[in-house]
Design a protein around this ligand. Structure first.
Ligand SMILES: Cc1ncc(COP(=O)(O)O)c(C=O)c1O
Length: 375
């Protein structure tokens, strides 16, 4: 089976973990501090605060902006669920906007249409290693005085106009979940240039503590452990090399598929916006045909020994978690029908593109795709 992803961890991570296990120092040690410094340097922000998931980084970010109950936050409807549930965690209202049909990222026109007097922040999601149109999004945010939290959970190292994603917004959030570009097992981090936000988040992730005995605000246990941070430090060093191979593999497949998509007609590869350095968390392909389902593709490719990933089956507003709590809110999720999100949900999949794939396997993926629905 050609797997869609393989582990990027090995001996180096093992050695680092062994050291910590023998030291017995699992929390609030040097590794977390050093990882934060190194990650902030990578993104080019003054500060980074490590937490124990990407979702925690989103929640902490929203809390740090002092958002109040019923403030509205705009998020694209094609994303992982916690891009939007984090808004609920903070007592705010997610307002869903549509995505670009070719790039699958936040659509600036749809974003602007959904702004009201209650909109306080927006969460552009750099989907599957691609990047949002940050020029247009920054312009809109400035015009309406909105805060930006970039969701970079799927885009470690992606660039827009030569600038790394995660350095555009007031805050940026990353996930280090096991399958991401780089992992800490579970984990996340937020990056910012604001000392106020950094200080707030340091306390928020640690039960609202100011010092050992003083709780100055509501907080959570969102701390990253030394074990996770130690893995992260090694993974960060490996990231560029692994990304480069992943990009090479993805472009090899995509450029070949691009040449045949007009003949095959049932699929189309993602077409990112100009001037981005795409890090291909996925090697994304869209099913165009109404007669072919994601399961058809998954099953046929599985029979040929190729695994794929497919997300997201529904636009976020179609998920019960939103429909049941707020069908009478400012945006009626039950009735909502965003054209591109409806077209894309359940129709996007990622082909294997991991760094260990050989040319022979890449060629096999391409030929199999070419003949997949031929009699
Ligand atoms: C776009 C996006 N946002 C947020 C998250 C949440 O990250 P985590 O799973 O680390 O909480 C993910 C992870 O899957 C994601 O893909």
């Amino acid at each position: 089976m050609i797997k869609v992803a393989v582990p990027t961890t090995g001996n180096e991570e093992f050695k680092a973990l062994k050291k910590i296990i023998f030291s017995g120092k699992f929390v609030s040690g040097d590794n977390v501090k050093k990882f934060e410094k190194e990650y902030a340097k990578f993104i080019g922000t003054k500060y980074a605060v490590a937490v124990n998931s990407g979702t925690a980084s989103l929640h902490a970010s929203l809390a740090s902006l002092d958002l109040k109950k019923n403030d509205e936050v705009i998020v694209p409807s094609i994303s992982f669920v916690s891009s939007a549930t984090a808004i609920l965690h903070q007592g705010c209202i997610p307002i869903f906007c549509d995505v670009d049909i070719e790039n699958y990222c936040m659509c600036p026109e749809s974003l602007e249409k959904n702004i009201t007097k209650k909109t306080k922040a927006i969460i552009p999601v750099h989907f599957a290693g691609s990047a949002c149109n940050m020029k247009a999004i920054l312009k809109i945010a400035k015009k309406y005085n909105l805060k930006i939290i970039e969701d970079c959970a799927q885009a470690h190292g992606t660039k827009y106009n030569g600038k790394i994603v995660g350095s555009f917004g007031n805050i940026s959030c990353f996930s280090f979940y096991a399958t991401k570009h780089m992992t800490t097992g579970e984990g996340g981090i937020l990056c910012t240039n604001s000392k106020k936000i950094k200080d707030f988040c340091l306390s928020f992730r640690n039960h609202g503590l100011k010092d050992r005995d003083t709780h100055i605000q509501l907080g959570y246990n969102y701390r990253m452990s030394e074990l996770n941070a130690a893995i992260g430090r090694i993974q960060l060093k490996k990231l560029n090399k692994i990304n480069n191979q992943r990009i090479k593999n993805s472009l090899y497949i995509i450029n070949k598929l691009k040449k045949i998509e007009h003949k095959k007609k049932w699929f189309k590869v993602q077409k990112p916006i100009n001037n981005i350095y795409h890090t291909y968390f996925w090697c994304p392909v869209r099913i165009l045909s109404n007669k072919i389902s994601i399961n058809d593709v998954k099953n046929k490719l599985k029979k040929k020994g190729i695994e794929i990933r497919s997300r997201y089956k529904y636009p976020l507003y179609g998920q019960k978690v939103f429909q049941m709590i707020n069908s009478n809110g400012p945006q009626n999720y039950v009735k909502l029908n965003l054209k591109n999100s409806e077209k894309l949900s359940g129709k996007i999949f990622g082909l294997p593109n991991h760094y260990k794939l050989k040319k022979k396997e890449l060629d096999y993926i391409i030929v199999t795709m070419e003949n997949l629905f031929e009699k």
